[in-house]
Each structure stands twice: as C-alpha cells, then as structure tokens.
Design a protein around this ligand. Sequence first.
Ligand code: HEM
Length: 521
Amino acid sequence: MATKELKSYSREEVAKHNTDADLWVIIDGKVYDLTKFKNMHPGGASVILDDEIAGQDATEAFYGLHRHEVILKPQYARLQVGVVEGEQSVITGKVVGELSQVPYAEPTWLSDGYKSPYYSENHRRFQRAVRKFIDEVITPDAALHEEDGKPPSKSVIEAMAKLGLHAMRMGPGKHLKGLELMGGIVKPEEFDYFHEACMIITQEFARCGKRGYGDGLMSGSVIGLPPILNFASQAIKDKVIPDVLSGQRTICLAISEAFAGSDVAGIRTTATKTEDGKHWIINGTKKWITNGTFAHYFTVGCKTDDGFTVILVERGEGVETKPIKTSYSPTAGTAFISFENVKVPIENTLGPEGGGIFVMLSNFNHERWVMICSSARSQRLVVEECLKWTNQRKAFGKPLHSQAVIRNKLAAMIARVESVQNWLENITYQMNNMSYKQQAAKLAGPIGILKMQATRSAQETAADAVQIFGGRGITKTGMGEFIEHYHRTVPFDAILGGAEDVLGDLGVRQAIRGIPKNSKL
Ligand code: HEM
C-alpha cells in the first residue's frame, strides 16, 4: 500500500487505540493496527499491550527487537492503517543496489569523500551494476536456498552466464575474448583483477551473507575449471569451457580425500592405464568436494605410475556422489565421491603425466586470493551489523556503544578488516602489474600470509560479534541472523585453500629463501 493513500492521524488519536480490542502503535511515523495480529505475534501479545507501547510510538522498542526487513514483509506491511499527521518516516534499511552510509560498511574506495589510487571510473560503474544484480537476483535466491538446501536456481545461474559472470570469475584472460561483460560495461581486454574477485565480483557476492549458497553458486568451477583452461587439449577445452561458462553444466575440483588433505602426495585414488594405453581406469574416493553432489565434470587428482596426475572425469558409470553434512547449507553440494573402475580417455589428462602438482600449484595463488577477498568483505558485513546493533540496542538506558568495552571491540574489528583490505588491494595491484611467472615467484608468500591473517581476523571478529549480540548471536533468526551464520561458517574460510599455519609457514619459507646471503646484522 502506498503511503500517500493512507489516512493521517494525530498522535492523540492514535493514543486512544490502546486496548486489547483496539490496539494501534506508531513505528517510524506509520500507524499499525495490531488488534488481530497481537495474538499471532511471535513475541507475544503482552509486550504490545504494555502501557508504554499500546497506542504509543513504539519505534525504539521495535528496532531494539526486530530487523527492519520484518516490517517490509508483505504480511506485516499490510498492518499499516495510516501515517502520523505531519511526520515522515525516516528509516530506510538496506536499499537495493545502493551503497551503505554506515561508516566502514563499505571499503574506502566506495565511501563518500575518500579517494583511492587503484580504481577507475570503469571499476565504479562495474561495481554499481554488479551490486544491483546481486541485490535483485542473487540475494533473494540465497536466502531461499541457504534454508532449503537446494542448489542455486537455474534461472540465477543462467542470468549470471548472460552477463559473463562465470567467465569473469576465472580472472582476466583469453577465455573472456568475444564476450559481452556485464552488458558491455567493461571490455574483455580491460577486465583486470580489481574487476574480478577482489574488490568487485567476489566482494559483492560475499555481501549476501549466505556462506553455503555462496559456495553453491558454482564456486567449484572457480577452482575446477582453471586446470582445463590452462592444461587441457583443444578438444576438451572446446567441449567443457562453453558448457561451464554458459552455466549449463558444472565442474568441481576433486583433490582432498579422507586419507589426505593438504598433503596431495598422500592421496590414494589411483589411475592406471589400460593395456592399449588409450584409457585411464580410476579407483578411489574423494571427500569435502564443493559442488560435487551436482557436478557434471570432476577435475580429479590421481596417483599414477609417474606420481601425481590431474585427470578430467565426466559423471557416468562408476562415479557416485553422496552429500556430506557440514555446518553450512547443503546448497554448496559438498560431496563424498567414489570412483569405481571409471574409464576415461587418456586425452582427458590435464598437463603432463606425473606433473599434477604443477597443475594444482598454478591455481593456488588465485584461489587463495579469491578467498581473502570474500573473507574481507564478509568481515565488513559483520562490522556493519555490529555498528547498527550497538546503535539501536539499548542496555541500562543507553545505546550499547556507550559502553567503552563495546567500542573497544568495534575498534579492533574495524582495524582488522581495514588492514586485510588494504594489504589485499596492494597485492591485487601487484597482480595486475606482474606476469604470471612473477606472480608465482613474488606473491605466493604474501598471499599465503595474508590468507592466514584474514581468516584469523575473521574468527576473532566473529567471536567478538557474538559477544556483542549476546543470545541473538547464537540464534538463527532475528536480529543476529547474520552473526550466527557467520560465526558458524567462518571456519570454512580458515580451512579451504590451505590451513592457516601451513599458509603462514609457506610465506615465511619464501621470505627466508629471499634473504640475501650477504645480509647480516
Ligand atoms: C508491526 C509490528 C510488529 C511486527 C510485524 C512484529 C513481528 C515480529 C516478528 C516476526 C518477530 C519474530 C522475531 C524476528 O524474526 O525478528 C517478533 C518478535 C518479537 N517482537 Fe514483534 N512485531 C511487531 C511489533 C512489536 C512491538 C511494538 C513490540 C514491543 C516491544 C514487539 C516485541 C517483540 C518481542 C519482545 C519479540 C521477541 C524478540 C526476540 O525473541 O528476540 N514487537 N516480532
């Protein structure tokens, strides 16, 4: 119902409707008739019948207990019967496609009045288009499927394909040639790492705050497709790449096993050649494979006579996938996979036989960097939630942030997220200006250490946020829903792409190798 069609009431008139049989309240300049609703109200009828609420302005009480989205739901919005004479509603909540005005809710480059050396006008136009698409198309689908556990809707995957989003998530490169990206906003040759994951695509995706869905949204292809792009024969490329980038089929990376995680040398899935040398026969199991339950293609790490080899397997006879229950939604399609005498043409070998480590290593930096981008943006969402909550929630008669201990936690959260984002932007700038070989030599270490730092920060921030939200930080619905979700799913970021200690160690070992021999104290 449009506000202009509604009747105006003075506050005195509203105050007369303060009984069990006739119960009105004012919330943000709007008048609601809660007479019938009070008996269905999840918080009970008595709280609304309270003398300070019935017939009164309940704005402060309402926002201390409900998210703004509640009042926007059609079934509740229709309880509005009028507006308060001469008053305007001022609370907007999240506006689709718009930037948040809450301090630190956006990275500096998107915050009013701040400058950045890294972003062009084209990045800004691109960001606006991506945000609008995500707010309008992805966020509602994310809320639905994080809950029901089904894979992201086909219509969403196809809408992403139309804008070239699946292709752009692979980073800059030849695979973008000839594509219209985001309706033509960016030309394939201009597309850089700032457009891609770091600041725009991945960070905008992370804002929807649904971790399982985020992974369900073909994140398996972000790690499973690069070995095809870089190491497959032309015939395989011609078949698989269009399938995946058009969103018609899904690929995932199948390396980790119950027997071995980071230690790829310890894996037990075997690939042996048939006598005529024309096929591989694959046997073994894989575990924790993102998108595995619904994938059509599997980029599989196998033990072969020459060592470790990566092979493309298509779903078919002998391939079985089963869902694994994890702490996030089944929408991610996390799978246990078994391969039983799966026959695959030898042409499906990706890279040299026995050269699988090189195939895997070639994508590690990009994969970890994408994860840092996502983690940094999710932490920022937590900062925004905490700033809003401490501003609208009263304790001991004052907003929560009037307590120094709360402000101290907020300061630590802000410092952590800004540090991660700033190092990340620096690394992204280096990536844009280094050849692939230079990136491998110079950035594997910093990316490893930054990923360690990002996910440690994330876990500290998640724990602080739960303290700030109290019971609501462990409740799946209501005010703390994002905090509960984040706190429950944050360990994923700390494990995927390499455990924190392993990555930190990798960075330091790379640094130690770089210390000049003549450098002494
Ligand atoms: C249009 C008016 C209102 C609507 C549509 C509404 C709706 C809801 C809903 C859907 C919930 C479930 C929690 C959530 O999902 O956020 C809830 C909880 C609650 N509501 Fe309301 N409510 C309204 C007004 C009020 C008012 C005026 C009060 C006054 C104090 C109130 C007090 C509560 C309380 C105490 C809870 C339980 C909160 C919790 O468990 O954390 N509600 N309400």
